[in-house]
Design a protein. Structure first.
Length: 522
């Protein structure tokens, strides 16, 4: 909507421009009128000159007739005989000479008047052409200004119409707003009245309940007093019997504390024998393990982000990876999506290669393959011990827990000394130590869980970049790093060590999640 001050300024400018154009048009009309008057005066002068020329020509017509006789006079005079010439009057000759001189003068005047007439006609035509050209230019300017004035008038009309529409719409919007507010207020008022009535009814009910309860309490109090009075003797007998039993209870409590002390000692001894206790500072403790997993994730992220400048991204290969992992293919994938996809691809590649390494060299005698051999043999020993415990004596807790202790000891050794620095890069070495060894130290064994493409967003097990308001409209496009924890399939008992790091997109379809154990490839 227009501001009132701006509308007044524009209206004033349009009126000033329109008045200036009107004054210019009036001045041009006055100048045009003066030019027409001058032209009419010149036309009158030319008409007067032409009339004078006509009169002169009429006057000179008899002289033209005499011209022939005048030109023949010398011949006639020469033909006269001396006898006849003597008889001609001297006055006649004088008159003839005067007539001849007048004729010559009239001829000269006529030629001079004709020349002046022609000059005036030519000057008149040139002046008329110049004035006509000026008039045409001024008329064109006047017509342009007139058209502009008409356009301005149309614009003013349109502006007035628009102002009217705007004012009407503003009134309508204000009316709608007031109606909407009134409707809201009516709804709030009705809701308030309903809640007030409900609370009033509840208050009345509570009053009734309270009255009933107070009546019952008073009745119970009276009954209790009667009961206490009736049972004073009985209570005295009970007290005497209780005093006799207190000694027996003290003896039983002493025996119970003694048994609990022996049981705790037995449990401590059994725990030390069956599984390894770790301090908070131990790197295989759950807290330190979480920090190491997050450090591994940051190392992977920095490895992908710290590529050398000038390296061009092969979009075709990226699209092939997206197709392989069921990610939506786009002509120009954005940089965060490429990083997440590369992170997932690198982890999958390393896990496949490590799994292949352990499978191929599980029975190797080479020093280079000691980790795979130890892993295979310890796993077989764990399985055999579990089978031994089940088949020989299921109630023997020590035998049952021996496999757990062996698993923990072997994986602690492998996580500390396995795969030396010169055998594998830091990223791969840390990934193997955490995913293959340190997760197996935990009791129960920690799990790895990848989130499939298209899964719903769950902030309890995932982290990424999103607004809380948009979670329902988003889904997983690619999982850059898996979630790690234990009992992941049991929602009540599960414990999340690290959340899955995901890259999101707008939801298009319903998908699932999938649990992947250590070393399993999706």
């Amino acid at each position: 909507m227009f501001d009132d001050s701006q509308e007044n300024d524009t209206n004033d400018k349009i009126e000033l421009l329109f008045n200036g154009m009107k004054e210019q048009i009036k001045a041009l009309c006055a100048e045009n009128y003066e030019l027409h008057n001058k032209i009419s005066v010149k036309d009158k002068q030319l008409e007067e000159m032409s009339e004078k020329l006509k009169l002169i020509e009429e006057i000179l017509k008899p002289t033209h007739k005499k011209d022939s006789t005048i030109h023949t006079l010398p011949k006639v005079l020469s033909d006269f005989k001396p006898s006849r010439t003597q008889n001609i009057n001297f006055e006649l000759e004088e008159k003839l000479r005067e007539i001849f001189e007048k004729y010559k003068q009239s001829e000269e005047n006529l030629s001079r008047l004709r020349d002046e007439h022609e000059k005036q006609c030519s000057n008149k035509s040139s002046i008329m052409q110049m004035k006509n050209s000026k008039l045409e230019e001024k008329l064109s300017e006047i017509s342009e200004k007139y058209t502009k004035s008409e356009e301005l008038e149309e614009l003013c009309k349109k502006k007035s119409l628009l102002d009217g529409e705007i004012s009407e719409r503003y009134k309508q919007s204000e009316d709608n707003l007031t109606r909407h507010r009134n409707e809201k207020l009516r709804k709030k008022k009705s809701l308030f009245q309903e809640t007030l009535e409900r609370y009033q009814n509840e208050l009345d009910n509570n009053k009734d309940v309270l009255n009933n309860f107070s009546q019952k309490e008073s009745e119970n109090y009276e009954n209790q007093q009667k009961y206490d009075e009736n049972n004073k003797e009985r209570r005295a007998l009970i007290r005497s019997a209780a005093n006799n039993k207190e000694k027996e209870q003290l003896e039983l409590l002493k025996k119970n504390t003694k048994l609990k002390t022996e049981e705790s000692k037995y449990q401590t001894t059994l725990g030390n024998a069956t599984y390894i206790r770790m301090n908070d500072d131990d790197k295989d403790h759950g807290v330190q393990l979480v920090n190491n997993i997050l450090s591994l994730r940051d190392t992977l992220r920095s490895y992908i982000s710290s590529l050398k400048w000038g390296i061009e991204i092969d979009i075709d290969q990226i699209n092939n990876l997206m197709k392989e992992y069921n990610v939506t293919i786009t002509s120009k994938p954005n940089y965060p999506l490429i990083k997440a996809l590369l992170s997932f691809h690198i982890l999958m590649k390393i896990m496949k290669e490590v799994e292949s390494f352990f499978e191929k060299n599980n029975d190797s005698s080479s020093v280079l393959h000691l980790e795979a051999d130890i892993m295979s043999k310890s796993k077989n020993l764990e399985e055999r011990l579990v089978e031994f415990s089940k088949t020989r004596n299921e109630k023997d807790l020590m035998t049952q827990m021996t496999s757990i202790k062996i698993r923990q000891e072997v994986n602690i050794a492998l996580s500390n000394r396995g795969f030396s620095d010169n055998m594998a890069p830091k990223l791969i070495r840390e990934l193997i130590r955490i995913f293959w060894f340190r997760l197996r130290i935990q009791e129960p064994v920690a799990q790895i869980k990848w989130v499939e493409v298209g899964s719903d967003i769950d902030p309890n097990v995932m982290d990424g970049i999103w607004d809380n308001e948009d979670i329902d409209d988003l889904e997983v496009e690619v999982c850059a790093f898996p979630m790690i924890g234990r009992d992941l399939e049991n929602l009540e008992k599960r414990k999340i060590y690290t959340h899955a790091h995901v890259f999101t997109k707008r939801k298009t379809s319903i998908t699932k999640t999938k649990t992947i154990k250590r070393g399993e490839v999706p």
